[in-house]
Design a binder for this molecule. Structure first.
Ligand code: AMP
Length: 442
C-alpha cells in the first residue's frame, strides 16, 4: 500500500514535471519557421535603413554587471525596482539579463574608448531583452528590440535624425497606423525646479492618488504623470507642466526639434505628460504610439540622455537614441501585411523513383545548389506519390523526376509545378532550363 502510493505520487510528479518542461517559460515565445520570415525581413529592413543613415551595428553581451543598469536606469524605476532578472554567478558577481540596450552601449563605448577615434558614434542594435513583467498581449518577459544611438552630439539635429530613422523604417515595412508624441524633459536645473512644483501640487492631491503613486510621490514623482491608473489620470489633469518652466536653452532645443520635424512633414503631438519609464532622459523624449495595439500602445520610444557616460567613468558625452518593440510591430503587421509572413519555398524538389537512382538524384541536387538554386530531395524513401504531395506541400516551383530511364538515358524531365509545362534536358543544360523556368514563374 505504501509502495503503491509512493509510486503514484512519483508518476504524478513526473507528469507535472513533463507538462511544465514542455512549455517555454511564462512570458517567452518560440519563434517558429511559420513566422521567422517576417522577423528576418524586418531585421533586413532595419539593417538597411540604419546604414542609409550611416549607423553601424553593435552587439554587446546579453548580461552585464547589475551595477550597469542600477546606475543608469535609476533605482526607483519599475524596470530596476521590479523587473530585472538579477542572478549571482558562481564567482559571486551580481549579473543581470539586459532589460534594455542604451546602458550596455554606453558601457561599451566607454570601455573601448570609441569616441577617441570618432567623437560621433552612430550605432544600431537588434536583440533580445528581459523584464519580469506580467505577461499579456504585447508584453513579454523576453522580448526583442531594434534601436539606435547617436552618441557625441548635443544638437537637436541628432534628436531629429533618430526620429527620422524610425519613421523611414516604419514606412519601409508598410506600417502606417502610428502617431508620434514628443515632449521635453529639459535640462537638470529645470527638471529639479519643475519636480519641486509638481511634488507640491501632487502632495495636495495625495489622498486622491493611487496607492502606487502615493509611494512614487517621494521617489519618482514624474512617473505619476504617465500613470495609466484612472485616479492618477484625474489627479494630474491640471498638474503644472514642464513646458511652463523651460529656460532658454531647453526651450530653444525643443523648438528646433519641432521645426526640423515640421520641415520634413512629420506629424507630431506635444504631450507634456510624456516622461518615459527610465530616469536617464533629458531634453527631447518621444514615443511612437499605435491605436491598433490596445493597452500596450507604445511601439517604441526614446530620447536624449546627456549624463550617462560619466557613470562609466567616461567624459561628458551627449547622446540620443530610441528602441522599438519588434513583437508589437509584428502584432500590427500580422493584420495589415500578411505577405511578410510568407514562408520561403524551395526552387526545386527532386522526385526520386527508385532506390538505385538516389545517388544520381543527389548529384543533380548538388549541381543545382552550387548554382544557387535551392533544392530539396526525399530522404525518407517515400513513394513517388508521397514525394509529389510533399513537393506541393513545400510549394516547390519545379520538380525533377529521376528514375531508371533518366539515369540510363541522361534525359531529365523538369516540370514547372504552376503551369504544368514539362521540358526534357540533358545533364549539361539542366541548370539553364531550371533558371529559365524560375525566371518565368517569378
Ligand atoms: P523602453 O525600453 O521601455 O523604452 O521600451 C521600448 C519599446 O520596447 C516599447 O515601446 C515596446 O514596444 C517594447 N517593449 C518594452 N517592454 C516590453 C515588453 N515587456 N514586452 C514587449 N515589448 C516591450
Amino acid at each position: 500500500m505504501v509502495l503503491h502510493s509512493v509510486a503514484s505520487f512519483n508518476s504524478f510528479n513526473l507528469n507535472l514535471f513533463n507538462l511544465i518542461m514542455m512549455q517555454s517559460p511564462r512570458g517567452t515565445k518560440d519563434i517558429l519557421p511559420t513566422t521567422i520570415n517576417a522577423w528576418q525581413q524586418l531585421e533586413g529592413i532595419f539593417r538597411r535603413v540604419s546604414s542609409l543613415f550611416g549607423y553601424q551595428e553593435i552587439r554587446t553581451p546579453i548580461f552585464e554587471h547589475t551595477e550597469v543598469f542600477l546606475r543608469t536606469i535609476g533605482e526607483n524605476t519599475d524596470v530596476v525596482g521590479k523587473e530585472m532578472y538579477i542572478f549571482p554567478d558562481k564567482g559571486g558577481d551580481s549579473l543581470t539579463l539586459r532589460p534594455e540596450m542604451t546602458a550596455s552601449v554606453a558601457r561599451a563605448v566607454v570601455q573601448h574608448n570609441l569616441t577617441a577615434s570618432n567623437p560621433l558614434q552612430r550605432l544600431w542594435y537588434a536583440g533580445e531583452f528581459f523584464r519580469y513583467e506580467r505577461p499579456q498581449k504585447g508584453r513579454y518577459r523576453q522580448f526583442h528590440q531594434f534601436g539606435a544611438e547617436c552618441i557625441g552630439s548635443s544638437s537637436p539635429e541628432a534628436d531629429v535624425e533618430v526620429i527620422l530613422l524610425v519613421v523611414k523604417f516604419l514606412s519601409d515595412i508598410g506600417l502606417k497606423e502610428f502617431s508620434l508624441e514628443i515632449n521635453t524633459l529639459a535640462n537638470s536645473e529645470v527638471r529639479t525646479r519643475y519636480r519641486k512644483k509638481l511634488v507640491e501640487y501632487l502632495t495636495e492631491q495625495k489622498s486622491s492618488l493611487s496607492p502606487e503613486s502615493q509611494e512614487r510621490l517621494e521617489k519618482n514623482p514624474l512617473r505619476i504623470l504617465d500613470s495609466k491608473h484612472p485616479l492618477d489620470r484625474k489627479a494630474v489633469e491640471s498638474a503644472p507642466t514642464i513646458l511652463d518652466y523651460l529656460d532658454n536653452e531647453s526651450a530653444e532645443h525643443f523648438e528646433m526639434v519641432q521645426h526640423l520635424l515640421t520641415v520634413e512633414g512629420i506629424n507630431f503631438t506635444i504631450v507634456p505628460r510624456l516622461v518615459r519609464g527610465l530616469d536617464y532622459y533629458s531634453h527631447t523624449v518621444f514615443e511612437f504610439i499605435s491605436t491598433a495595439l490596445g493597452a500596450q500602445s507604445a511601439l517604441g520610444g526614446g530620447g536624449r540622455y546627456n549624463d550617462m557616460f560619466e557613470e562609466f567613468g567616461g567624459k561628458h558625452t551627449p547622446a540620443v537614441g530610441f528602441a522599438m518593440g519588434i513583437e508589437r510591430i509584428l502584432l500590427i503587421l500580422e493584420q495589415t501585411n500578411p505577405t511578410l509572413y510568407r514562408q520561403t519555398t524551395p526552387d526545386v524538389m527532386m522526385i526520386t523513383i527508385d532506390k538505385e537512382s538516389y545517388p544520381y538524384s543527389q548529384t543533380i541536387a548538388q549541381t543545382l545548389r552550387s548554382a544557387g538554386i535551392s533544392t530539396v530531395m526525399d530522404v525518407q524513401g517515400r513513394s513517388l506519390k508521397a514525394q509529389m504531395r510533399e513537393a506541393d506541400r513545400l510549394g516547390a516551383a519545379i520538380t525533377i523526376i529521376i528514375g531508371e530511364n533518366e539515369r540510363t538515358s541522361g534525359k531529365i524531365t523538369i516540370k514547372d509545378m504552376q503551369s504544368g509545362v514539362q521540358e526534357t534536358a540533358g545533364q549539361e543544360n539542366i541548370k539553364e532550363i531550371v533558371r529559365k523556368m524560375l525566371s518565368l514563374s517569378y
